[in-house]
Ligand binder design. Structure first.
Ligand code: AMP
Length: 427
């Protein structure tokens, strides 16, 4: 019998991992320039934390959490997103008493029991940032501009920035009743799911993907028209800051997003080309000024985003992965194998990646494999090389060979790897 992987959970194999490393290090590089520091929180939290912060009537909490019971009535959940755990860590560690302004980032797996499809998995990876202690709107604009910079750095140029504001609690309450009033007479036109949301969480009807719901909300009132006082100033301040930065954006009054904790600024970055189809949202985020307080902490404004790394890798599919240059070491015969073992160790100690083929195969088959791996160099050692303390260095792209003394090896190979081009694709 063979074990199948858990539905919606994928293995990432070594030949794919280079692209992950590059994406993750680009993310770390970009956010470090903005002085975000990494936080690593547990994969498991108390279920109540997610129910409290994400919201009881959201899809994530209603049907997508991997939750299990522990003795003594304890209920734990695999984190479906990073914001709740980060806010919990911020409070647990009393960070607010040490610093008035905190910038954190995280990177790692999240778990949601969704229907798997391209770009949607049950274990997926998010990279995200959180800022605590800044009301914005400058930081909101800076965050959006940072995201655009990041996407350009990883080769995703076809991306649109969609923004909206859902105001503070009072604006949302006004809007909720206006929207319910607008939708009630149209209830029969709505999907069953939207109808059930009508009284509990009408804002969610706005981001339903069902065609009936989409048609029913085309004429719905806009929340932006209901913003007053500080909410309106905040929104206008955001637009002014984005204009000052020259960051292009689209205003989408229907953008509400799936989690309950948001207030004021909301945004999504969508891929506008490629094969992601309905799963083209690369990044989502917004302001959650009330969350830290609702979790029992002091009143702390906050804003953050999360992006799906699988989706970004799909969107960036055209960007070829750079391979770390390496050489294959091909010993012929028992004594050469033993010499090769020490040679490989010395090369690695000098920082050079070496694939030692110690299986005792023929030279022809080792060279064929080195070619298939797209190694830059193949180092051949036979009995006569051992006797003369040299190796034959074959340049696999140039089809040239040179003899190098063992004593000169690490330095010479390092130079050659830095200058020899990779064999052409498919060579
Ligand atoms: P959310 O936490 O729902 O706001 O999602 C933020 C981003 O995470 C989305 O824009 C996606 O890029 C990614 N994402 C969310 N859910 C999934 C999933 N099930 N599979 C893959 N990526 C996801």
């Amino acid at each position: 019998m063979q074990y199948a992987p858990v539905k919606g959970m994928n293995d990432i194999l070594p030949d794919e991992i280079d692209r992950w490393y590059r994406l993750e290090s680009a993310f770390r590089r970009v956010v470090s320039r903005y002085r975000y520091g990494e936080v690593r929180t547990p994969l498991l939290e108390h279920t109540e934390l997610f129910v409290r912060s994400i919201g009881e009537t959201t899809d994530v909490v209603e049907k997508e959490m991997f939750t299990f019971a522990r003795p003594k009535g304890e209920s734990l959940t695999m984190r479906p997103e990073g914001t709740a755990g980060a806010a919990r860590a911020y409070l647990t560690n009393k960070v607010q008493s040490r610093e008035p302004l905190t910038r954190w980032y995280y990177l790692g797996p999240m778990f949601r029991a969704e229907q798997p499809q391209r770009g949607r998995y049950r274990q997926f990876h998010q990279a995200g940032c959180e800022v605590y202690g800044d009301l914005g709107p400058l930081v909101d604009a800076e965050m959006l501009d940072m995201l655009v910079t990041f996407f350009h750095e990883v080769g995703v140029f076809d991306v649109e920035v969609c923004i909206n504001s859902i105001g503070g609690e009072a604006a949302r309450a006004r809007y909720r009743s206006a929207l319910t009033e607008f939708l009630r007479p149209r209830a029969q036109e709505l999907s069953e799911h939207a109808r059930s949301r009508l009284e509990t969480n009408p804002l969610r009807v706005l981001d339903s993907k069902d065609a009936r719901d989409r048609a029913a909300v085309t004429e719905a009132p806009s929340i932006l028209e209901m913003l007053e006082g500080e909410d309106r100033q905040h929104w206008e301040g955001l637009l002014t800051a984005l204009d000052a930065l020259g960051t292009p954006y689209l205003v989408r009054p229907g953008l509400v997003r799936g989690l309950d904790y948001y207030s004021r600024t909301l945004f999504e970055l969508n891929a506008t080309s490629g094969e992601l189809g309905a799963q083209n949202t690369l990044c989502g985020g917004g302001r959650y000024d009330g969350m830290v307080k609702s979790l029992g902490g002091p009143d702390t404004p906050a804003i953050g985003f999360a992006m799906g790394l699988e989706r970004i890798l799909l969107a960036a599919a055209a960007v070829p992965a750079a391979k770390t240059p390496f050489c294959v070491l091909a010993p012929l015969g028992r004594s050469a194998q033993l010499t090769a073992l020490a040679v490989a160790r010395d090369l690695r100690a000098a920082g050079i990646a070496v694939d030692l083929d110690g299986r005792g195969n023929s030279l022809k088959s080792m060279l064929r494999r080195a070619d298939a791996l797209r190694a830059r160099l193949c180092l051949v050692i036979g009995d006569s090389e051992v006797a003369r303390a040299v190796v034959q260095v074959k340049d696999l792209a140039g089809h040239s060979a040179a003899e190098v003394a063992l004593g000169d090896l690490p330095g010479r190979i390092g130079e050659l790897l830095a200058t020899t081009p990779s064999p052409p694709e498919g060579a």
